[in-house]
Design a protein around this ligand. Structure first.
Ligand code: SF4
Length: 463
């Protein structure tokens, strides 16, 4: 029979073995450095990932991000090829998997509220991973493993049936499947022997084991074990939050928190139902193509920036936020739908649209700012050129393209955090996570209503 030792931490990253392994191997200073051992393991066991380097996690931080990405895509991406994340089910990554679990917990505990959807996503992803991993091992090993883990979980000896309400309510287990004594759920063989000692004391070993296995079903134990690990994970996150009140979090964990937020925003943009609606809304994605800007479809934050920013963050509002919003909305509104990085000239080869339609709006906003941006800080023109991908120069010129990167649009969360005075959300804002999605969606609504108005006018004329 296979050994189950390597599986314990792979299923329960909070076990004492896992904690010890974590203490011995975690290296926060080099969290984002390529890890040769991990890369070698992934290259050895991975499937369907060699066509794209981005699919290969190269350090424990990236492995953590992949865990969340896998779960998000499993729920939302119908095109997902299951092989792409096959390494997540292979216990050869156990050590790095445990590290990545704890890194994620720290970063999520630091960055998000305990009731946030990000925390929920993390917990659900852990539950789903356990389920998927358990489904891939032989029935004998699986049973032995679950018994082992259950006996290690301290809460298991004090488990009441009321602790399992969420499982009962979702019909994952039924009350009548549980062996309950004085409201306590009997799960381990030790407890079974102790609580029913008088009834079974004269039985032989074989019979005791057989009856125990029969009464306490495998499925019940599996569900309960996973539920207990998830409950412990929730407690772990709460403790992390409490600790953060007294100690400063490591800069690498902060960085990972930012990356998680960024990745989830991008995934949300890519797979959100709003995007789906736009794409399947009868316009065949036409509104995601670059076309003349429609001011009526701009979100409130963009309108207030163009009308004139009055407060201290005037420079960031125009250089970081507006420049990327206007350029991507006009030329490449489906930026979050495509994975590869593009240059501005891929959409505007002779820069005519940039000179005639994009820069005039940005410069208008700079002029309307109080005080006007270029009057006291003319060097900001260079920063605008740089954010469009044309290096540190006063003018946008093709021969400088690529010297800097075309800066992608800021998410609503970032705007709320850094440029909060610009954000005056309206009804549409509730459905989106990025102003560029607002723009695409509102444009689609305007076009749809315009079409139906013109159809109504036609019908009225015929009457
Ligand atoms: S929610 Fe987003 S799109 Fe709406 S105003 Fe705020 S930043 Fe702009």
């Amino acid at each position: 029979m296979e050994s189950n030792s390597k599986w314990i931490g792979f299923i329960n990253p909070l076990s004492s073995e896992s904690q010890e392994l974590l203490r011995e191997n975690i290296d926060l200073e080099n969290l984002f450095e390529n890890n040769k051992e991990l890369i070698d393991i992934i290259l050895n066991i991975g499937e369907g990932i060699f066509d794209n380097d981005e699919k290969i996690p190269k350090n424990p931080a990236e492995l953590g991000l992949k865990r969340l990405e896998w779960f998000f895509r499993e729920k939302n991406d119908k095109q997902l090829k299951i092989n792409e994340y096959s390494y997540l089910y292979n216990p050869q990554i156990e050590k790095y998997d445990i590290i990545s679990f704890h890194l994620l917990a720290q970063a999520i505990g630091y960055k998000f509220n305990i009731n946030s959807r990000e925390v929920k996503l993390f917990l659900e992803s852990q539950n789903r991973l356990m389920e998927e991993r358990l489904s891939r091992i032989s029935p004998e090993l699986r049973e032995e493993l679950i018994n082992n883990i259950l006996s290690q979980l301290s809460d298991v000896t004090n488990l009441k049936w009321t602790d399992l309400l969420s499982l009962i309510e979702t019909k994952k287990i039924f009350l009548e499947d549980l062996l309950i004594k004085n409201s306590k759920v009997i799960l381990t063989e030790e407890d079974f022997r102790e609580y029913y000692y008088e009834d079974i004391k004269n039985w032989d070993e074989r019979r005791i084991k057989m009856v125990y296995e029969k009464i306490i079903g495998k499925q019940v134990k599996d569900e309960i074990m996973r539920q207990l690990i998830i409950t412990n994970t929730e407690e772990y996150l709460k403790k992390i939050k409490e600790k953060l009140n007294i100690i400063d979090i490591h800069h690498s964990i902060k960085k990972l928190g930012e990356l998680i937020e960024e990745m989830l925003n991008i995934l949300n943009e890519k797979y959100s139902t709003v995007y789906g609606e736009i794409l399947s809304g009868g316009l065949n994605g036409e509104n995601l193509k670059g076309e003349k800007l429609i001011k009526d479809a701009f979100p409130p934050c963009v309108l207030s920036t163009i009308e004139g920013v009055k407060s201290g963050n005037r420079n960031d509002a125009i250089v970081l936020f507006l420049t990327s919003f206007i350029s991507y909305s006009r030329l490449h509104p489906n930026v979050f739908k495509l994975d590869q990085h593009m240059n501005l000239s891929d959409f505007d080869p002779n820069l005519k649209i940039t000179y005639d339609e994009i820069l005039p709006i940005i410069y208008e906003a700079a002029e309307n700012a109080v005080p006007p941006l270029f009057k006291d800080q003319p060097q900001e023109k260079i920063n605008i050129t740089s954010k469009l991908g044309f290096g540190m120069h006063n003018e946008v010129e093709l021969n400088h393209e690529g010297e800097t990167k075309w800066y992608t649009p800021m998410s609503c969360d970032k705007i709320k955090m850094h440029l909060s005075n610009l954000c005056h959300p309206d009804k549409i804002c509730k459905k989106i996570g990025n102003p560029i999605t607002y723009y695409s969606y509102k444009k689609w609504l305007l076009q749809r209503d315009g079409n139906s108005n013109s159809k109504n006018n036609e019908a009225n004329k015929k009457k």
